[in-house]
Design a protein around this ligand. Structure first.
Ligand code: UGA
Length: 436
């Protein structure tokens, strides 16, 4: 099939390349010339494992092209819209400027029977409004939310857990759903659940999923706070409750909390939309989810300060990690980078390293000292804090090796990812999050 993908960020670029890899002819479109130039050369403009390979494959096959010219979408019959919906600058609601602009710009190129598939995360009610603009062209709007995780984008796009299609009622909706089934043929053929529903449900599935994940993380971080008050160990607690299949261990990783371009802004936009609907109280707990999450950053800063005997002033602090999570170079709302900036604000000399995110972090926070080599970053440190659980820090950094480089013996484990006993045995003062 001929597809267009409008918006080539983390979501769109992965979607375009993945769709070409399953055999479709795809044109990726973005207003950012630099991004398009890189993608057209087969170079992902961001770090995403596996993306370079399927980009190169798609371009070599002739099935995958990139352009800034929306007119090139005219040949396609299914148009995916995957542009960003960031938090508004002056509030918690989602900024829909790019989604509205992308759909409006696409209208002149739509023909009878085309499908416009919205993938961006939007406030419930958006699709119904957009459908009114699309329908005079004879095309049909469907809402087809995306659940990919950064770092696993290729895998999640090619082989998702489920597919969701919000469609209009009646024959038009049925036809649109069957076109989407054809687009996702390999997944449908292997039995991946394909849920056909209305617009509002499809939009809500996406925000509800992210709200649930954020709640799960803040739940365990709340237990970390209680553990800190009682001497309990939240990691053992998470293991023990996680064995209950109804609870499950995934997303019960206590630490400095969630960040990134999705969870934080999605729970805020959801709460803002619920307020607009007069149902603010239904998701009032999301405010606490957010607050618990932000408190963990305070706690991490406090642990470093305590470890240093009460003041980080003129102390060398090495921060291991900058990305909001491993296998990504994304620093949007990165809790670890926030902790680094706060320590700098307290007068510490902060050195920060990361296998993928240094360039992005340096652009936004040039005041920190960035070092590419992990060992160079550790040299002379009075205290070390792990904020992103990359293998380079979690598995490949032995306490003895760190001992040879650092000056101090303070290690704060912001992701509860280190072997506490091994660090203690090597003479370090180990501080976990919610662990004695
Ligand atoms: C999230 C969702 O997991 C995806 O399903 C969704 O498609 C995506 O948002 C989106 O809306 O586009 P992502 O932002 O890539 O994906 O990251 P996650 O893997 O969900 O991690 C989010 C944050 O939670 C990270 O900062 C991570 O370190 C943190 N986290 C995760 C914890 O603090 N504890 C955990 O146990 C798990």
């Amino acid at each position: 099939m001929k597809l267009s993908v409008i918006g080539c960020g983390y979501l769109g670029a992965a979607h375009a390349a993945a769709m070409a890899s399953i055999g479709h002819e795809v044109i990726g479109i973005d207003v950012d010339q630099r991004k398009i130039d890189a993608l057209a050369k087969g170079e992902p403009p961001f770090f995403e494992p596996g993306l370079a390979e399927i980009l190169a494959e798609g371009i070599a096959s002739g099935r995958l092209r990139f352009t800034t010219d929306l007119a090139d979408a005219a040949d396609a019959t299914v148009h995916f819209v995957g542009v960003g919906t960031p938090q508004q600058k002056d509030g918690y609601a989602a900024d829909l400027t790019s989604v509205n602009a992308a759909v409006d710009a696409l209208l002149p190129y739509l023909t009878e029977g085309d499908i416009v598939a919205g993938k961006s995360t939007v406030p419930v009610g958006t699709a119904a409004v957009l459908a009114e603009r699309v329908s005079p062209t004879g095309a049909t709007l469907v809402w087809n939310p995306e659940f990919l995780r950064e770092g696993w984008a290729v895998e999640d796009t090619i082989d998702p857990d489920r597919l969701v299609a919000g469609v209009p009622a009646g024959d038009e909706g049925e036809r649109a759903a069957s076109v989407l089934r054809e687009v996702y043929h390999p997944s449908v053929a292997k039995g991946t659940p394909f849920i056909v529903t209305d617009y509002a449900t499809a939009e809500l599935v996406k925000v509800a999923a992210n709200a649930f994940l954020a709640t799960k993380i803040s739940f365990i971080n709340a237990m970390a706070e209680i553990s800190e008050a009682t001497g309990a160990d939240v990691t053992q607690l998470a293991d023990a409750i996680g064995y209950d299949a109804r609870i499950g261990r995934r997303f019960l990783g206590a630490g400095i909390g969630f960040g990134g371009g999705c969870l934080p802004k999605d729970i805020r936009a959801f709460a803002a939309r619920a307020e607009e609907l007069g149902r603010g109280e239904s998701v009032a707990f999301l405010r606490q989810v957010d607050e618990i999450n932000m408190r963990r950053r305070d706690r991490a800063v406090q642990l470093v300060v305590d470890g240093l005997g009460g003041s980080p002033f003129k102390k060398n602090i090495t921060v291991l990690g900058a990305a909001f999570k491993p296998h990504s170079d994304d620093i949007r709302d990165s809790p670890g980078l926030d902790v680094a900036v706060r320590l700098h604000g307290l007068g510490a000399w902060v050195t920060i390293t990361d296998p993928a995110a240094i360039d992005n972090a340096q652009r936004i926070h040039p005041q920190l000292n960035y070092v590419h080599d992990r060992d160079d970053a550790l040299r002379g440190a009075d205290a070390v804090i792990v904020v992103t659980e990359w293998d380079e820090y979690r598995r490949e950094l032995s306490p003895d090796h760190a001992t040879a480089l650092a000056t101090g013996r303070v290690i704060v484990d912001g992701r509860n990812c280190l072997d506490a006993a091994a660090w203690r045995a090597a003479g370090w003062n180990y501080y976990g999050m919610g662990r004695p």
